[in-house]
Design a protein around this ligand. Sequence first.
Ligand code: NDP
Length: 466
Amino acid sequence: MAMVASSGTNDSIQNMVIIGSGPAGYTAAIYAARANLSPLLITGFQRGGMPGGQLMTTTQVENFPGFPDGILGPDLMDRMKAQAERWGTRLVEADADRLDLQQRPFLVEADGDVFRTHSLILALGARANRLGIATEARFWAKGISACAICDGATPQFRGQPLAVVGGGDSACEEAAYLTRYSSEVHLVVRRHELRASRAMVDRVLANPGITVHWNRQLVACHGEAWLESITLQHSQDPEQREKLSVQGVFYAIGHTPNTELLKGQLGLDDGGYVELPCPGAPNTTIEGVYAAGDVADRRWRQAITAGGSGCQAALAAERWLTESNLARLMARSQPEPAAAVLPQQQEAATAASFDPAAAWQKGSYSLRRLYHESDKPLLVVYTSPGCGPCHVLKPQLRRVIQELDGQVMGVEIDIEVEQEIAQQAGVRGTPTTQLFWRKALVQQWQGVRQRSEFHRSIANLLDHGT
Ligand code: NDP
């Protein structure tokens, strides 16, 4: 993997830094890398989403051309990443913390490293707004989604009652779209009217498959492993509540572009999106800085449109670098790079295949053996197949184990296959990581964490036994 490991200020000036690792960022990287510009891509880590962007929290993607039977969102992102790396993109797995676009070369700081670059592609994405109700995290991707077009057709939703929250064009469009799949769509609108355009409103009101719940707010979700019902509350009268049976809730309450980092640096529009002075072109208000994907797109927000704009941004940046005589092209030792490396699916170990010395293993057989027999700290990560955050976390944990060179063992448990173990371990969501030592649970983490957190806990354990 082409990874940048540096500390402090880098003397060399980059041709191009791309910030963001969704479809826009990786497509820009593929084009720039194939143009021998050796781009540096800062993936982002926790701020504004996760590496891979919004597709990492999507299940089956059925509208991305080239995958006739669909592809899991995280798998699609693995492929884009592998393609970008294959052509020489260098990755920095960190959040960009600071930008200075007032000086040239531009300055980008990420995780303590300072990079100077002639051109910059902003592919920071946007995050779907959430309601912030108590049960939201529990049912996210288990009934709650922010993209009807991405998730609406998945089997869990077919023929079931569903709800959409919001009153704008997205909510109306999504409600109408979902009537193809569901038995009934409930549109939950917090005011007495829809904000959407007239045509959309007419379409929704004329659709017999949609029931509009005016002046209602979604206040709670209920269910076991999957969402089963929701509670609505009257916007003016909290006493007025009703429960609706639904298998899915789709949020369409607007998006927030990830532009906090850009404030005061370049032009943003009223909604906080990057301003593109020339519609249809990726140029921002600063020469040499381009934007791609949802960070500058409040309207289309699809993986394919983000990818397309990433391509435009890379081509525009390449032309500008060439015209400005700034591009320094890398020399390839061979015209055809080596084949792309995709993450491998690992088989669960059996009595026959178990290797007590393997630092990273899979399955409950390994877990039981290592738990009872190994005197080393044991990191156990509970994952599920379509889980995007698991895709992000697993390589991080593998690296921690590699970096600690034999002092710690790791085991992955797929909770869909080994439900009993997950139940015994009290796992309520994936990814969950547990650190054991001498048959005792020392610490537990939920979700994606920085490698440094695991390092710190393991070092404490090894040094002080706590
Ligand atoms: P909007 O910002 O237009 O609408 C968001 C909706 O969510 C509003 O109705 C708002 O309510 C509601 N909302 C916000 N917060 C909450 C909350 N906490 N609880 C309940 N409801 C909430 O976003 P859209 O994504 O719909 O549209 C974005 C832009 O994209 C718009 O310009 C739109 O026209 C465009 N678009 C066009 C389409 C088309 O033409 N086919 C399709 C999709 C989008 P309230 O009204 O009370 O503020």
